[in-house]
Write a protein that binds this ligand. Structure first.
Ligand code: MSP
Length: 652
């Protein structure tokens, strides 16, 4: 099939592929829901779509997480990937392809691409001397570090690295990538991010290290088993694997280039807007049409209503919250969370996730504007028209203009990935329809026997609801289906199609069916009262957990100077420390801080230890005390004396 044949182009939309050391969270969900809305919209328009998502499994942090769980990496990723399948099923993600980087076809494609670039001289071997951030899986130069030891992206300590490695000639493509981004404003979006990217490139692109020493996890470098392909190179190639690059030319011709690639803003400048286009240029391939870097969600501080625990918002917990507070179905709650994510902030901006705002939108936008319009209109059709939609007749079409404008703006919103504007346009149509009910008062028309007018008014309202259901169906697929059902359209055999967005498309003869209200209202006063009561209860419980001053006095906290620090063989997380506590002999401690702190940065530090903790033998080493560090799940910062003091000094 030739690429000249434009109709043959399959609309190809991608999300990043996600690391499997973490279960899916709001970040993964956000990108994936947005991509899902795009895919559904394109299908609704009758297009052929390939929507791909998946998992990035060859990361060092994945290997370490597997080790910590006592599993081999493949067994570990096989297990975690299930949580992605499950999450996407719950969120109604209609992907066509879920790619795992551990699939053979992908490993073959990575090796093929790497080999091609080696042959062309775009990948060469040299010495790598620098730093690596394991959580971000990023190679960093000394001048990029913060405070000389922390990652500029996540702020966590980096690891030093010196090894033979393979490099990709990113620098050779810097100019060309920059020109492409400048000449094609659509390529990298939104504009603010595009400017960030351009300034990142202007700072100068250096060649990227694209391999790691082989620790038994990853795709081996072709012809050199001592090295594996760097996980980011491996991951970016997934977009080519999905498209059939190198093994299915016909498929590739249909899919390439991707139409929309969605990513979070953090992985745009360094990866998707530089290395990725550079690799494609090196391969002589067309660049994607749009690469869009969306913003980040943070959780509202003090959001007491949220069911998510900790700093990371869990979309499933928010779904449960909606079900609990409103009594709606799981499907409706899921659609409502999808709606909130795409409605609350402009795509591209950061947002604060607040459960209170989620419940608020459920009440205002969904229960009031949309739900209420349906719930107040259907009974009128039942009562006055025997439940059947009549021919529009003369006088109908009063809302046609508003509807047309909503459709045009919604189309523009979808095309520009401005989901918020698209939803706002739809809600203007709903507002107009609600106002129309009030103004035209069908009950009065009935009373005064204006039958023709009554039929026309009800027709216009239902037609507007029908159009609104179509416009939002990519975002709220189940809700739209339910509206379709209640309007009697499914039993008329009318499928949803964007072509039917025009006003006047409601088929006469459809029999409306009242169902349960889709969005039962939430009593916010009640919610707030209950939350306040729960908070009080929690406070009381906390007070019961108080210890007395005497209890505290029993702890012997002391300043200790670290004399020596060593890794413990076979234990990734543990360090053996030798510390001076002002006693005759130094003490030995075992501390679970090896992943966050290197031995060299500890020696000489004045840390705080619990000196009267019962000794314990850990990995054959006797530990005589415990070092104090901040951080609930993992040690983030050590507690150190902020000025000169003697080892053994009491801490009180
Ligand atoms: N494996 C790489 C991507 C390789 S693609 C070739 C990766 N994986 S990830 O699991 O860390 O991806 C997380 C995605 O979620 C990123 O797009 C990131 O921007 C996004 N988010 C993570 N936390 C987020 C929020 N709190 N809010 C919105 N998105 C955020 O990176």
């Amino acid at each position: 099939m030739s690429r000249e044949d434009n109709d043959a182009k399959t609309f190809y939309v991608t999300t990043p592929i996600y690391y499997v050391n973490d279960a899916p969270h709001i970040g993964h969900t956000y990108t994936t829901v947005a991509a899902d809305a795009i895919a559904r919209y394109q299908r609704l328009r009758g297009g052929t779509v390939l929507f791909a998502t998946g998992t990035d499994e060859h990361a060092e942090k994945v290997r370490r997480a597997a080790e910590a769980a006592g599993l081999d990496p493949q067994g570990f990723t096989d297990r975690v990937v299930a949580s992605y399948y499950d999450a996407w099923q719950r969120m109604k993600i209609s992907y066509d392809r879920f790619i795992r980087t551990t699939e053979d076809i992908h490993k073959e494609t990575v090796a093929r691409v790497f080999g091609e670039l080696m042959e062309k001289g775009d990948i060469y071997k040299d010495q790598y001397q620098g730093w690596y951030c394991v959580p971000c899986e990023t190679y960093l130069r000394e001048d990029e570090l913060v405070d000389g030891r922390n990652c500029p992206d996540c702020g966590r300590p980096v690891e030093e690295m010196a090894q033979d490695a393979y490099f990709f000639k990113t620098s050779a493509y810097g100019e060309a990538v920059m020109r492409a981004i400048e000449n094609r404003p659509e390529l990298v979006q939104p504009d603010t991010r595009r400017n960030e990217v351009l300034s990142f490139i202007r700072h100068g692109l250096r060649d990227n290290c694209v391999s790691r020493l082989n620790t038994g996890w990853g795709v081996p470098v072709p012809g050199d088993e001592e090295h594996v392909v760097y996980v980011w190179f491996d991951a970016l190639v997934n977009y080519l694997t999905v498209a059939g690059y190198g093994y299915d030319d016909e498929r590739f011709a249909r899919l390439w280039p991707p139409d929309v690639q969605l990513v979070g803003k953090d992985i745009l400048p360094r990866f998707h807007a530089t290395i990725w286009p550079a690799i494609l240029m090196a391969l002589g391939l067309e660049l994607p049409r749009i690469i869009f870097g969306h913003g980040w969600w943070i959780s509202a501080s003090g959001d007491k209503i949220s069911k998510s625990r900790g700093k990371v918002v869990d979309p499933q917990a928010e779904v449960e919250l909606l079900i609990e507070e409103s009594g709606c179905t799981t499907d409706v709650a899921t659609d409502s969370v999808r709606y909130y994510l795409l409605r609350e902030v402009p795509f591209g901006h950061d947002g604060t996730f607040s459960s209170e705002a989620l419940l608020g939108r459920f009440n205002a936008d969904l229960a009031n504007d949309l739900g209420n319009l349906l719930n107040r209109t259907l009974p009128l059709v039942k009562r006055y028209l025997d439940g059947e939609i009549h021919e529009p007749g003369p006088g109908a079409g009063a809302l046609a203009e508003v509807a047309q404008s909503a459709v045009t703006r919604a189309e523009q919103g979808y095309a520009e990935l401005d989901f918020r504007a698209m939803l706002q346009a739809t809600w203007e149509l709903l507002a107009a329809a609600n106002k129309f009910v009030d103004q035209r008062a069908p009950w009065d028309l009935y009373k005064t026997g204006k039958k023709v007018e009554l039929a026309a008014v009800l027709y216009d309202i239902l037609d507007s609801i029908r159009i609104a259901a179509l416009l939002i169906s990519p975002v709220m697929p189940t809700v739209s289906e339910e509206i379709w059902r209640q309007l009697g359209l499914d039993s008329m055999g009318v499928d949803m199609s964007w072509d039917d967005c025009e006003a006047g498309g409601m088929p006469p003869g459809a029999k409306v069916r009242r169902g349960r209200p889709i969005f039962p209202r939430i009593d916010m006063d009640l919610v707030r009262k209950r939350v306040a009561q729960e908070a009080r209860q929690e406070e009381e419980e906390e007070q019961q957990d108080m210890i007395t001053y005497d209890d505290f006095q029993r702890l012997d906290l002391r300043v200790a100077r670290v004399l020596d620090a060593d890794r413990i063989e076979g234990a990734d997380k543990l360090l053996k420390l030798t510390v001076d506590v002002g006693e005759e002999q130094p003490r030995t401690l075992v501390a679970g801080i090896a992943q966050q702190f290197g031995p060299r940065e500890l020696i000489g530090q004045h840390v705080v230890i619990v000196a009267n903790l019962e000794p314990a033998t850990i990995r054959g080493v006797q530990s005589q005390g415990m070092i104090l560090a901040a951080g609930e799940k993992e040690p983030l910062a050590l507690i150190v004396a902020d000025r000169e003091c003697e080892p053994g000094e009491k801490v009180r």
